[in-house]
Design a binder for this molecule. Sequence first.
Ligand code: ADP
Ligand code: ZN
Ligand code: ZN
Length: 736
Amino acid sequence: MASDDPAANAGQVLRIALPVPLPRLFDYLSPSGALPEVGCRVRVPFGRRELVGVVAGHGTGADAPDGLKQVLANLDDTPLLAGELLASLRWLARYTHAPLGEVLATALPGPLRHGEPLPDIRRRGWQLTADGRGALASMRAGRPRILATALAAGAVDEALLAARLEGWRGAARALERRGLAEAVILEGSPAAPGGVDGPPPNPDQLAAIEAITTAAGFAPFLLDGVTGSGKTEVYLHAIAGCLARGRQALVLVPEIGLTPQLLARFRTRLGVPVHVLHSGLADGERARTWAAALSGQARVVVGTRSAVFLPLPEAGLVVVDEEHDSSFKQLDGIRYHARDFALYRARSLGVPVVLGSATPSLESLANAQGGRYRHLRLHQRAGGARPPAVRVVDVRKRPLQAGLSPELLDAVQRELDAGGQVLVFRNRRGYAPVLLCHDCGWSACCARCSSEERGTPMTVHAAGRRLQCHHCGARRPAPGACPDCGGLGLQPQGAGTERIEEVLQERFAGQRVVRIDRGSTRQRDGLEKRLAEFGDAPGILVGTQMLAKGHDLPNLTLVAVVGIDEGLFSADFRAPEKLAQLLIQVAGRAGRAAKAGRVLLQTHHPDHPLLATLLQGGYHAFADQELELRAAAGFPPFAHLALMRAEAKQVADCDGFLRAARERIEQVAGEELELSGPLPAPMPRRAGYQRTQLLLSSPGRPALHAALHAALPAIHALPEARKVRWSLDVDPVDLY
Ligand code: ADP
Ligand code: ZN
Ligand code: ZN
């Protein structure tokens, strides 16, 4: 195909994957010079724009019709995407039925996606010149002298200077101007504190470590153990084993789990630099981590969802911590599931993959029960911590203050008196979920998210002064009088975290009450900062599910859970699983250290089967029961779903498109595939758009994918498709 004569390559056809929502590749003519290999990025003209795409294949001269445009520039000498990563991304494009170009664009960090060269990741440092060494003794006091002293023993890494010496760069510039110091490129890996030993593993941990480190090739494990049972210790041992074999390790964690505490623990224990990748990093940093993984310089990377796209040329282990966490699923664009793609990649890379959780997803439990994953259980809390005792508080007919019962308030008082810390968990931020007119029944609804049939209440904030829609973000001041009847009887109904905070502050005057939710904690590390400030002294935390994880709180001895009743009756088939996981995770916050913990669970439904099973039998009893229900109802993991969503100003346009799509699918589908819809989405209107959906369900994956594969080209071409925004979500996590 490729010719040695550069001129001969001009005019050769290249098949390019471009980041546009069309399910196909685009043909261009190769520029003169070396023929760009598959996986190289190229810049091409596209309509009136220029785009960066990736060479996905080479065409033959025969399929070069006249009039093909020519590639403007080849951006890579060697392919940026190659080998296992490129092959896995091709698979992901087929699996999500998304254009390859969009998948590749999702996988690359911003600067690389936009055509910038791989960043230079050689380490830079500073050293004294001969003049500098001579001048050191006679230098005046000040930053330059402090820096010069730090460099006296030899070159120092910029990263180290940044960590240790405030204002070092200005000082370095000053020394450089006087010819006393110079920048240098450092060879080899940076020095890291040599790995520190952890506690000796207990027998359960030893068995898990042994199983993982002796696995040959692809081997999936489910590491199943309550919070504090020592899962992270198992990861650390397995990673150390992987490093000892000269291999790279990738660790995926949920956004909220990537705490400074966790990184510090990894860094001190492993004795190698630990690279990170998360959404809070600047683009340039993300590109540097990508380049470090590609070059093999990064031996351990800890990252959130998108870290699953890192190149791992020397992979030895993949870990997915809190594998049940829904933040691993991307909800827009390419709707991939990082846990599932991590499994696919581990298989392609031929390495073990460890999925860890205190509350494994029903999918993973079913895989373990079916023998597809090896089930490793850690039965006890490590280090002697005891599990928390759970008490259900029946609040029927009890007088409630912001939803809090007298029993709960008394328990809080006792805990504070004993010098403990309390967490009041309410998974609803704001002051109150609804503003209601007591005179006529009117309630404040979002104009952009309500339909004639169904109003979407706006949440009351700022002690009743402001209304905010949690679905579209709309805000407005709360009215002073009812817009319908003019009455003054407007009352906030129910209680969110703000109102609970207010009531607790009043009742426990003089005590510290700290609220933590998305309203109070905007910055990325805001949660960590606030928890660190909270410290060990007695006090009360009020918050949402943000508090289910993060920073360890060894003095937290009482967790009070309120307002879970609405979650017991949700229509979403995954709601019980999510609620059970959340309850177990929040309860696991109590008593992590030497002190025993207690959990109070307030409910109007003390006999609800979910609560009864969860409290008597624990998460696994709940999961077994729930899996039976899923099997009987034909829900995942016993069926495979895909959800086609459509949005438009007119509901007729949504339905028109989905009806036409349904017809196309029916033309190619076998018996196995079930279609339901078009039906209104659970939230039928949002931000001014009508929303409907078509659900595809099949007991086997192949039938589902074959039908989609056959029908999608025609669906893309439907004239009705131009009137809507539509998307396809394979393995949807929630049906909204
Ligand atoms: P998990 O990841 O399951 O929540 P960790 O690995 O973080 O659990 O362990 C919880 C706590 O128990 C940590 O403080 C850890 O240092 C400690 N720990 C873990 N394994 C042991 C062990 N075998 N002996 C003593 N302490 C341990
Ligand atoms: Zn009214
Ligand atoms: Zn809204």
